[in-house]
Design a protein around this ligand. Sequence first.
Ligand SMILES: C[S@@+](CC[C@H](N)C(=O)[O-])C[C@H]1O[C@@H](n2cnc3c(N)ncnc32)[C@H](O)[C@@H]1O
Length: 394
Amino acid sequence: MSEINLERRIKRQAWVPEHRFFAVTAPGLEPLCAAELASPGVYDIQPEPGGVNFSAKLETAIQANLWLATAGRVWLRLKDFRVRLWEDLLRQADSVPWEVFITPGAPLNIQVSLIGSNLKHTGRVAEVVGQAAGKRLREMGLAPPVPAKPGDENAQRLQVRGSDRRASISLDMSGAHLHKRGWRAQGGAAPLREDLAAALLLHCGYDGSQPLLDPMCGSGTLVIEAAAMARRMPPGLGRAFAFESWPCHREAAWNYLKTQAVEQALGQPPALIMGRDSNASAVALARGNAELAGVGQGLVLEKGDFFAAEPPPGPGLVVMNPPYGKRLGSVRQAQEIARRLGQRLAEAYPGWRCGVVLYLPEWVELLGLKDTSVITAPFGGLKVTLLSGTVPQK
Ligand SMILES: C[S@@+](CC[C@H](N)C(=O)[O-])C[C@H]1O[C@@H](n2cnc3c(N)ncnc32)[C@H](O)[C@@H]1O
């Protein structure tokens, strides 16, 4: 096949049919991610523990990488099959159109996970799949992939999973974890992970139309995620993705998607977004991060003590990630803070919607909110509670 014909076939095979994908989320965030995915062109959305399966064309999955705020990574399922015998793996691995997605000559990291599978030997499974990819590329006159060196972050990541009688072969579309939006210069004392910040906002029903305050903004994660949502800016605009190095990648189509996203974004948030912190250097850090994220315009960031400062005109949504035991100060100190937070909320924020990241579920009571709803998710070796509620009217 001539080079031009091969290139045409590669593009057609990637861009014309629908494929199956899996968006990985932190356990607990699956329903939020499924709701984010629900849009034209996305079909058969099926959450399962740890992520959400969906079907879409490649262009839509590329947009999912760009737009998903609560996902960690998106896998393209190259194969999903029943395994009885070793030969089933050989046959399926041989039938993958590797030349469409695997960069010739590039490092390939094959991760294998087998739970109760007929396929017993992870090393051998990786070898077979790597050999199938190499053989196919060589047959096309292309350089085979090379095994990735340990810790090579830029290597293409392929995952083979076997569980009972089923197995799948998937290719990572995202590269670095999607919570890495590309704007964080420094973290500050205890930054919240971006997908959790987005999850808290979505859990509170935030859509950008109401005033928002984070009175303990630290490095600014919650206000930056809020500003991106309010201005309809994709969280992934400032970062690179693994699919950009695929042979089927269409640079012009990708640039068009990004340009379109920038053009439809609002220049300003439609309602107030304010971050405060009692620590002046945290405010400076939040300002720097907001500029790097491209959402500095219209964001109000100022020094202030939550227990002394008055709320901005509202009611709106007050979100916060107060200092908590394991990471800042002691547990008892943090419980005392939760109790005092509840008092201050009741005194100054009646009728406000409130979202809080808490270290212990027991603290839900200390805050005294009504109409509460919680999500728990792992974070930094802990299980944190994302609490949404309303501050009672006096
Ligand atoms: C866990 S950090 C917040 C991290 C932030 N969500 C981020 O992603 O970087 C808690 C923040 O609360 C601030 N803080 C503690 N007590 C405060 C108070 N009374 N008023 C305002 N800010 C306070 C600290 O300075 C710290 O930046």
